[in-house]
Design a binder for this molecule. Structure first.
Ligand code: FAD
Length: 508
């Protein structure tokens, strides 16, 4: 009579304490279920990469002597739900107990907790042993503050975990090198070659299609470019540290039509599936600075994303769920443009970000925040719909990290808990940070008229609509004054043009 231990698709950590010893009274259970493929329409690469990585993980566990039960998506006895399958297995094997690692998503956590309360056998949970902080770590650190400023939390984390510290001072005398990290990329230096592996997964893809799973985007099943295990993830990390990290900071916010990835790591899939631990990624980056391989500004910029942002958004999620995904502080109700699912728009920056997303299940942070996110916010799209889009399209999209980024940081749907001011910009920012405007059908200098870049009228119209709210913010006040100085006729023309753009949004 075994103990069943559930391993979810984003818990592929071969170093988890569970696996330190082989126990013949333990049966590890992994399953591919429709409940997970269907709660939102996912990118084909996400389903393919997760299933392939789960299969490989199960094979390795088995080879190491562990007992494993793997339920493929097309198994006749697959009930297509995690709890439903667990229930049947527990009964048929007369399990003595069920154990699971804390899920990262509220949805699954609630489902398993509910089941555990009513189950006829003991159900226990253990930590996934992945994050630096507990679920309530951010809430405790920032309790009592109206705005949960990431920077406060991040500095605590640096001190507490002794990352980039010289004694009790931040290395280099500064906590933050953002000011050094905002350069556009003009072609030099050349980004390193893509270090990711390629996998022929056509057979698995045929199984997924035959099972009736609906996906979006290009599966790239003949050469899927994502790591499927820890060894491949470590190789990708090595290549990033060696070749891209030294330039990461400077070009962190850059956009380019000539290069999709620039100096980003593309490690989010490996991190979010727990093939890699955040601690080891942070330690490798810090060592690169301490040995003189990479400058401090680059290393601090990178570490901030993982030790700071990644832990912080997880804490926001657990503090504010359930309910966070329904927030809509600005009352936006517009549809997400149809071309978010096709990439067919004449706006060059959006076209590039969307095509790359659909082809590769990846866009870097500034594309997500200042191109697709910025546009959706300015256009007044319903944040719940925007959230569902982001939750589906990216290889790394799991709700605990996606929802705060989308609803809080990008769409300001939480009314400023995460971001003191909305991340919005006109075409001027996009032109400064990128090169898409050259050759675009729209003119970044014009505010109204057939050729005017839609970002402009939508931006000024957004500011006008949110004037009251924004005028109080010190960094927005200058821009609000600029709006106030505009002639009434110009403001009216902008409003008319913005209304027109929203009315024919699918044609832009
Ligand atoms: P790099 O730029 O190389 O950064 C290194 C690592 O830092 C990333 O792999 C990631 O683990 C972490 N990181 C960086 N920024 C953030 C952040 N803001 N929040 C949390 N972790 C961060 N990230 C996801 O992992 N899943 C998502 O579903 C997701 N959705 C997003 C939606 C929106 C609207 C926005 C604005 C951001 C979203 N992000 C998400 C955060 C960020 O854009 C991605 O983590 C990053 O682009 C992944 O690419 P990379 O691995 O090349 O990152």
């Amino acid at each position: 009579r075994p103990v069943l231990r559930l391993i979810l698709g984003d818990q592929l950590d071969p170093q988890h304490p569970w696996l330190a010893e082989v126990r013949l009274d333990v049966l590890y259970v992994l399953m591919e279920v429709r409940a997970e493929t269907d709660y939102v329409r996912h990118h084909a690469q996400k389903v393919l990469a997760l299933f392939a990585a789960m299969r490989r993980f199960a094979t390795r566990l088995h080879a190491a002597g562990h007992c494993v039960r793997y339920l493929p998506i097309d198994a006749a006895d697959n009930r297509q739900g995690i709890v439903a399958n667990l229930q049947v297995l527990a009964q048929s094997l007369q399990a003595v107990a069920v154990e699971y690692q804390q899920p990262d998503e509220w949805r699954l956590d609630a489902e398993l907790r509910l089941w555990a309360q009513a189950a006829a056998l003991p159900v226990r949970t253990v930590d996934s042993a992945h994050f630096y902080t507990a679920r309530d770590g951010v809430a405790r650190a920032l309790a009592g503050h109206r705005h949960w400023v990431m920077e406060h939390f991040y500095r605590r984390m640096r001190r507490q975990h002794r990352v980039l510290m010289d004694g009790d001072q931040p290395a280099g005398g500064r906590w933050n090198f953002d000011a050094d990290n905002r350069q556009p990329w003009r072609g030099e230096p050349a980004p390193p070659p893509d270090p990711r592996p390629r996998h022929d997964l056509r057979a698995l893809w045929a199984t997924i299609v035959a099972a009736g799973v609906h996906t979006l985007g290009d599966p790239q099943a003949h050469a899927l470019p994502w790591p499927l295990d820890r060894t491949e993830a470590l190789a990708q990390l090595d290549a990033f540290i060696a070749h891209a990290l030294p330039h990461f900071g400077r070009f962190q916010d850059a956009l380019s039509a000539r290069h999709e990835r620039l100096f980003h790591s593309q490690l989010s899939f490996a991190l979010n599936t727990k093939m890699l631990r955040p601690h080891e990624v942070v330690a490798r980056a810090e060592a690169a600075w301490r040995t003189g391989h990479a400058p401090l500004a680059a290393v601090e910029g990178f570490i901030r994303q993982i030790l700071g942002w990644r832990e912080y958004v997880r804490g926001v999620y657990w503090a504010k769920m359930p309910g966070y995904t329904r927030l809509n502080a600005l009352g936006h109700s517009g549809p997400v443009p149809a071309w978010y699912w096709t990439g067919e728009t004449r706006m060059a920056c959006l076209r590039a970000a969307l095509r790359q997303t659909l082809d590769g299940a990846y866009a870097h942070h500034i594309q997500r925040l200042m191109v697709t996110g910025n546009f959706a916010l300015l256009a007044g799209c319903n944040p719940a719909e925007v959230h569902r889009w982001y939750l589906g399209v990216y290889i790394d999209a799991f709700e605990w990290v996606e929802a705060p980024n989308t609803l809080g940081m990008s769409q300001w749907a939480d009314g400023g808990l995460m971001a003191t001011k909305p991340y919005v910009s006109s075409a001027a920012y996009l032109q400064r940070m990128g090169d898409h405007c050259t050759g675009c059908a729209y003119d970044p200098k014009q505010r109204v008229g057939a050729r005017a870049c839609p970002f402009n009228a939508l931006y000024w119209d957004f500011l006008a609509r949110q004037r009251q709210r924004l005028a109080a913010h010190p960094r927005m006040a200058v821009i609000v004054r600029q709006l106030d100085r505009m002639a009434a006729s110009e403001r009216e023309a902008i409003t008319r043009h913005a209304d027109d753009l929203r009315a024919r949004i699918d044609t832009l």
